[in-house]
Design a protein around this ligand. Sequence first.
Ligand code: HEC
Length: 446
Amino acid sequence: MLLTVGAGLRLPAAETAVSWYRDVTPIFKRACNGCHNPNKLKGEVDTSSYAGFLKPGKHGPNWIAGDAEKSLVLEQVRGAEPDMPKEGDPLTEAEVALIARWIREGAKDDTPADAGPRRPSSPPAYATPPVTTALAVSPDGRWLAASGYHEVFLMDAASLETRERLLGDSPRLEALSFSPDSRRLAVSGGAPAQFGEIQVWETGTNRLEHAWRLTGDSLFGISWSPDGARLAFGGADKSVRVIEAGDGREVMKFDNHSDWVLRTAWVSDGRRLLSASRDRALKLIQVPDGQFIDDINKLLEPAISMTRHPKEEWAVYGGADGGLRVYRAKENQERTAGNNDVNLVREFERQPGAVSAVAFSPDGTLLAAGGVGGEVRVYKTADGARAATLSGHDGAVFAIAFSADGHGVITGGFDGLLRRFDPVTGALQAVWIPVALTGKPGVVQR
Ligand code: HEC
């Protein structure tokens, strides 16, 4: 039962537990979040999410579950002239009492997994094809996923027909990754300079299992650990993070990069992680303790794309200046004055512009790279010889994925058209748009 008190505050009756999500967050939203959010961490306090509020501020924990009297947040908001909110009207007595009761009752989180009036209720309409920033093919070969605006287009990988539109909070999706068993699709994205979000979808039911807002800026380069239990990703906040895919618990946070971290890849059976950053480094990190092992590469140019070889402990990265290089994912300690790039396996011909996307074929024999130049070039991994050139893109290519059988390579980018090519001959097999456009027929040739 709910009683109404004063200005619209719904006070739970004494026999009902106070809910963080329903009762406490509206108070914070109105009076606190303006100064206490991931982008504006006054006093290092974040009241805008449970996970944020759980983190201690500059002077320690914000609350002690069960002990309202000793909880800092209450100290700040109660009394005749409370310290908080720093500006605006003090909280009402009823509001203070509500927060006190929530703490006394154990300060539990009851935020629904898909907490979201923030999820769009209807799919966006497009007058022009949405730019494709990310693509992924499920390991079992059934699904092809492509990014849209606020949504993922989940396509049947054989017929190329869109089966589902997965609507989420993030307007911009930066990376898509299927779990090793193909049963889940993870998304990293966000709204630049507002929030970073991780979504986990169940591919069988198309249900949004989790949506976590974790940071105040975009999240990039999501990848699954080989056992399918953990997710790694980088951020515009220069961090590399690992969380449990089941409950979102942070397992590792690595803060050793000095610029955006755009890609991650697991190596050594999930015991180590590679991160690629605009700071030019490919860093090898121990999981879960987050110990920095080494930069595996010579720091030549911003690393804007990276993926690991499916069989060898190698990674390829594409650079902002057109470099394309394969490295061994191991310590760099044998470096000498004469050779300070000892892990380099192969350097490929320079690409015409920044290399935004790289992909290995499932057996690792082919490597595809594309970017600002608008061309995708396919190379033989073994000797670096160019096997095919995939052309026709109108503008930059941002995403490349091989089909699970290796007989097709799918590209997407600025023009919003998806294309599938034969990676050996370079022949175009299909061109399509994953969504019908308003005002025009949803083209093309399939
Ligand atoms: C206009 C900005 C503003 C608003 C609104 C605001 N705060 Fe603060 N808050 C601050 C600043 C600035 C500090 C840091 C004060 C300091 O370090 O002395 C702070 C510090 C805190 C601290 C840490 C205190 C400490 O000693 O470490 C808590 C807890 C806190 N605020 C809670 C709240 C709550 C709860 C609300 C809403 C009821 C709120 N604040 C509203 C600006 C604000």
